[in-house]
Design a protein around this ligand. Sequence first.
Ligand SMILES: NC(=O)c1ccc[n+]([C@@H]2O[C@H](COP(=O)([O-])OP(=O)(O)OC[C@H]3O[C@@H](n4cnc5c(N)ncnc54)[C@H](O)[C@@H]3O)[C@@H](O)[C@H]2O)c1
Length: 359
Amino acid sequence: MTLLVTGGAGFIGSALVRRVLADDQQLVVNVDKLTYAADSTSIEEFNGNGRHILCEMDVCNTSALNDVFAEYQPDAVVHLAAESHVDRSLDAPASFISTNVLGTYSLLEVSLEYWAGLDQERQNLFRFIHVSTDEVYGSATPEQMFSGTDPYCPNSPYAASKASADHLVRAWNQSFGLPAITCNSTNNYGPHQYPEKLIPLTIAKALSDEAIPVYGDGKHMRDWIHVDDHVEGLLLALKRGTPGHSYLFGSGQPRCNIDVVNAVCRLLESHAERSSGEAFHSLIRYVTDRPGHDRRYAADSSFARKTLQWQPRISFDTGLERTVLWYLNNPDWWRTTKRNRRGLDRERDSVMVGEAQVQ
Ligand SMILES: NC(=O)c1ccc[n+]([C@@H]2O[C@H](COP(=O)([O-])OP(=O)(O)OC[C@H]3O[C@@H](n4cnc5c(N)ncnc54)[C@H](O)[C@@H]3O)[C@@H](O)[C@H]2O)c1
């Protein structure tokens, strides 16, 4: 089987590529533009093994995509390539519209033309898995659980661009029959995540002896899922999912941001030491909230559990400890990445409004 993965040098995409190439006899064609968020070291173990082909290109480039489809004749597509950071979408939304909306459109067009030319048997087996987020539903009320049939209500340019892409994928399935499936997952965490997202940012700031920023009152609630559990869900959607359906993946282990940051600091206290001897918690600072910041995300993944026989296996406490240990054991990885990011920190992060309570 030949799997075409887009964004396979990113955080989730590289976890998927590592998983597929470790377990199966598949060929992975990895289409990635290698933006700031890409980490080619996360997949370099497969360089030259003949089962992983990295194509450095933009998903918006229809003619280059056509060539890749023609050359490698994929049996399925898993589309992860995206601009993925909400803060960046507030500062500079253009690339989000370009990659997330137009890039998805371009991939759908090329996939449809390719799929239409396959013989009946290969057409029946072909799948287009679109990887999206629970952020498309907007903020959940305290009692609400999003189930996949709720109306979309995106509040950030990132969420709006992903919602637009989800609608295009649905339309290409309904109107043209492309066997497409959308997967909406909650916040992912794990190794190799770029240190601009909450958990790796907290670790990197703490280990650099810098203030750890927490937006607003820190009570924004997210349902954290380990990246390996998400990848398992994507592979099951590929194997057992029904075209035209959406699957929500959440771990059912919600935590608010300040609790996550405190948990990271507690783990760092157990496994590392600050040069000053002070507690890592003392670095936590509340900063001005992000505009349009959704208060709560909550995903009901019972449909995926029932129909795909999927279930998350990694508890938040275990997954977080493994993640903290990975960053502690790979200082070169995040220090290099962080250094490359210099100058991109937003002013919003540095507007301190108070010190956090140590918990
Ligand atoms: N990280 C999360 O918590 C989360 C949760 C739910 C859904 N998602 C979705 O999962 C997917 C992957 O997220 P991630 O966290 O791994 O993102 P990431 O930012 O770590 O990686 C994105 C990858 O896409 C590539 N890319 C960006 N623009 C491209 C373009 N124009 N053409 C080709 N490649 C391009 C980048 O080089 C990078 O390798 C995204 O679609 C995201 O919306 C992420």
